[in-house]
Ligand binder design. Structure first.
Ligand code: RB5
Length: 148
C-alpha cells in the first residue's frame, strides 16, 4: 500500500499519479490535500512520513511545488529515506542505490508523462544491496545515535 500526499503545489500531479496507481491496480491511500487552497506542506508530509517511519505503510509518494519542502520534512523521520527525483534516472537510482521508501516529486517541475515514467521506474526497480546496504547501515546508525 502506498501513501500519497501533497500540498496545493503538488495536487495536480498527485491526482495524475493516483490515476496511474489505479491503472496499475496498486492500492493507495490519499492523505490530502484534496483541494487547491493554499496549505502548509509539512502538515501533509508529516502524515505520510510518520506512517512510513512507523512501518504502517511500506512506501509513500509526496508532492509539492518543487519537492524540496516535502523531502526536507519527510527526512526528519527515522527509517524514512525520501528521495527528491528530477528525472527517471534519479527515480531508478533512488531505489537501486538508496532504497528510498518515499519518492518526492515537484508538481511545478515535472510534466505528467515524465512523472508517470518516474513512478513506474521507482516501483519496478530493485534495491541492489551489497555496498549500498552498508551505506544505508551508516545512516541507520546515525539515526540511532542522534535519537539517544
Ligand atoms: C508552495 O507555494 C511551495 O512553497 C511548496 O509547494 C513547495 O514547493 C515547497 O518546497
Amino acid at each position: 500500500m502506498i501513501l500519497v500526499g501533497s500540498d496545493h503545489g503538488g495536487l495536480e500531479l498527485k491526482e495524475a499519479i493516483k490515476r496511474l496507481l489505479s491503472e496499475r491496480g496498486i492500492a493507495f491511500e490519499d492523505c490530502g490535500t484534496d483541494n487547491g487552497n493554499s496549505v502548509d506542506y509539512p502538515d501533509f508530509g508529516i502524515k505520510v512520513a510518520r506512517r512510513v517511519s512507523a512501518g504502517e505503510a511500506e512506501k509513500g509518494i509526496l508532492f509539492c511545488g518543487t519537492g524540496i519542502g516535502m523531502s526536507i520534512v519527510a527526512n526528519k523521520f527515522p527509517k524514512v529515506r525520501a528521495a527528491l527525483a528530477a528525472d527517471p534516472f534519479m527515480a531508478r537510482m533512488a531505489k537501486e542505490h538508496n532504497n528510498a521508501n518515499i519518492l518526492v516529486l515537484g508538481g511545478r517541475v515535472l510534466d505528467e508523462a515524465t512523472a508517470r515514467e518516474m513512478v513506474c521506474t521507482w516501483l519496478d526497480a530493485v534495491f541492489e544491496g551489497g555496498r549500498h546496504q552498508g551505506r544505508l547501515d551508516k545512516i541507520t546508525a546515525l539515526e540511532t545515535e542522534l535519537m539517544k
